[in-house]
Design a protein around this ligand. Sequence first.
Ligand code: SF4
Length: 476
Amino acid sequence: MTLELDKSLPFSDNPKEECGIMGVYGPGKDVAQMCLFGLLSLQHRGQEAAGISVSDTKQINYEKGMGLLNSVFTNERLQTLKGINALGHTRYSTTGSSSTRNIQPYVIETAHGPLALAHNGNITNAAQLREELLAKGVGLTSFSDSEVLLMMIAGAKGNTWAERIKNTMPKWEGAFSLVFQSRTGLYAVRDPWGFRPLCIGYFPDWGYAVASETCALNTLGCINIREVMPGEIVVMNYDGMNSAPGMKPKKKTAFCTFEHVYFSRADSEWDGRSINSVRERMGAELAREAPVEADVVMAVPSSAIPAAIGYAKESRIVYTSGLTKNDYVGRTFIQPTDELRQLGIRLKFNALPYNLEGERVILVDDSIVRGNTSRALVKLIRDSGAKEVHVRVSSPPIVSPCFMGVDMGSYDELIAHRYSTEEIREFIGADSLHYLTIDGMMKAINSKTTYCNACFTGEYPIDVKTLSRSKLKFEG
Ligand code: SF4
């Protein structure tokens, strides 16, 4: 076997969710501060850049910057943002597109007043739409699909923003959970496939909020939280919070399974299901599918902890903490020597040898993308005294890239696209390796909703044939 470590890759082995969105409507309230609090609950969806825009009913002002929310939004910067509604965005971007110009929300002036947009997802026909706009003489300042959406709405027919959105939506293909901000309102929009989450809630007595995940709405104290339905437009303004005509949901929806596996925070709900409970059930299914004699079950922290607990409960093998994670390291690029690579893993994870010495360990992870991290962790756990390391993955092998707004890398970067499970086991140095089957995963989700499983099957719910097979530069 010739499977080798890719020394040029960043030391990061998780798919990257592209964005978190937060909107607050609340005249008389400090909407920028509330928006920031909500965004802090969505920081896991993007850590490279952030922005907040606020409408004072005449104009939309904004602050943006590179980095984590706490470093972008000082008190002084927040103080400049006063108004009746706020729109926020936290962003992960692919290498090379982390420029200030691409930070959302995008704010433009239109014939109908200022308009801002925050977008989570990826428009698969954006290149064609972009050409159409350029042919009409519309000026574009970036290569972002989000700017294309905004310019299309700005020039659309209709008497209200809701009508303009409705008239334009059918032209968009792909994943789009969007929030538009006008001088007086917010407009939450979800694509008819329902790829990415978007939810809304009330503040008792004073306003409304919209967010990528329910955890943000819960943090802010919202009540009556529900999802924006696939194809729905929800308007939040002085008339209240109302559903406006959008598009019919697709007969076969395509909710993203990976929200359950990894992206969403464990205290969020998605498709009416607790993310934490689904992950525990995935762990239990995994234990039933791939039992192994062992002394302890441990997780790759922190997203795999619920699955490891589920595995431990089902197998009746004791759960232990075998690794601690430093959440403050961020993205670390590792020098191409074995010694520094292993040091790099210790920056992010450290082992607890007292819990591992002489033990036969089951290591539960939620996914393996390139395999680099798994290989380094197995070595770290063995070096800490474990006798055996059995890796169990609470999702199926990732064999195809995502074209709907998640950066998983190209076909060539996905280890399971090129190698068998046995070859991957040998590469990561585990005593055994098992991935949860698609049936097991869907049993754990236990929903009648149709999900997208394209990264596990290569069968896409929308036409992606014309898209590049190389790594995409998403801008969501
Ligand atoms: S391909 Fe995978 S990550 Fe992308 S939307 Fe489908 S399930 Fe989610």
